[in-house]
Design a protein around this ligand. Structure first.
Ligand SMILES: [Zn+2]
Ligand SMILES: [Zn+2]
Length: 136
């Protein structure tokens, strides 16, 4: 799903990093891993776009943090917004909260539930996974 015109746009809190996606966004997941928690202050909901359909419109303060051997996390160095997760595949992961509304998206599942912090519960009926794809 994407907005009715087929184009989704988003930005960081201060607006200095802006992007657009011309194409489908995947159904978002909520990631409860420790890295997402540290970076965002809670858990992260993310969708993904095909790299070929993703364009940065403004990115002067965009910084990349190498968070693991296979991935890096993009954030705005001016306002601190966490925006992207990139593992050099054909897709780029986008934090859903940075999209302009309406997103047309619906959260589909929870991943890395084994890493969940102790201060909240995962409510609701959405499927839960250990890691990214082992049913919990
Ligand atoms: Zn910003
Ligand atoms: Zn995560």
């Amino acid at each position: 799903m994407s907005n009715s015109n087929g184009i989704s746009t988003g930005q960081c809190l201060c607006g200095a990093v802006r992007y657009e996606v011309r194409g489908e966004l995947t159904a978002p997941h909520a990631c409860h891993c420790g890295q997402c928690r540290r970076q965002s202050g809670h858990y992260v909901a993310a969708t993904s776009a095909k790299r070929s359909e993703f364009t940065l419109l403004a990115d002067a303060p965009l910084k990349w943090y190498r968070s693991s051997q296979f991935a890096r996390r993009g954030f705005c160095a001016d306002c601190g917004s966490a925006l992207f997760w990139d593992d050099d595949s054909d897709d780029i992961s986008i934090n859903v909260g940075s999209l302009d509304l309406p997103t047309g998206l619906k959260l589909e599942r929870h991943i890395f539930v084994e890493d969940k912090a102790d201060y909240y519960e995962i409510d609701g009926d959405l499927p839960k996974f250990i890691g990214s794809d082992t049913p919990a």
